[in-house]
Design a protein around this ligand. Structure first.
Ligand SMILES: [Zn+2]
Length: 86
């Protein structure tokens, strides 16, 4: 099975606005998308908290809104250290 998801093929996902504005990478699956389309997490002392309005202070980490990425992000402490530079 050939799987390509290295950002270069992501443009095929749709001509309209997938790359509008700042682009961020999903911490879990590595796909790239406009910041607005990704979930943002902010480090809150001991654990990441989802920043629903994307207005919280602090270093943000992004992951796409796929359930397995969000769940995966919340379950993987090793990812937090990289994403939040702990
Ligand atoms: Zn993802």
């Amino acid at each position: 099975m050939l799987r390509r998801n290295n950002g270069k093929t992501a443009k095929a996902m749709g001509p309209e606005g997938f790359f509008r504005g700042p682009v961020r990478t999903c911490t879990i699956c590595g796909c790239k998308a406009s910041k607005e389309l990704l979930c943002r997490f902010v480090w809150q002392g001991q654990r990441p908290v989802m920043d629903v309005r994307k207005r919280m202070m602090g270093r943000g980490a992004y992951c796409c809104d796929r359930e397995r990425c969000v769940d995966g992000f919340l379950a993987r402490e090793k990812k937090w250290k990289i994403a939040f530079r702990l």
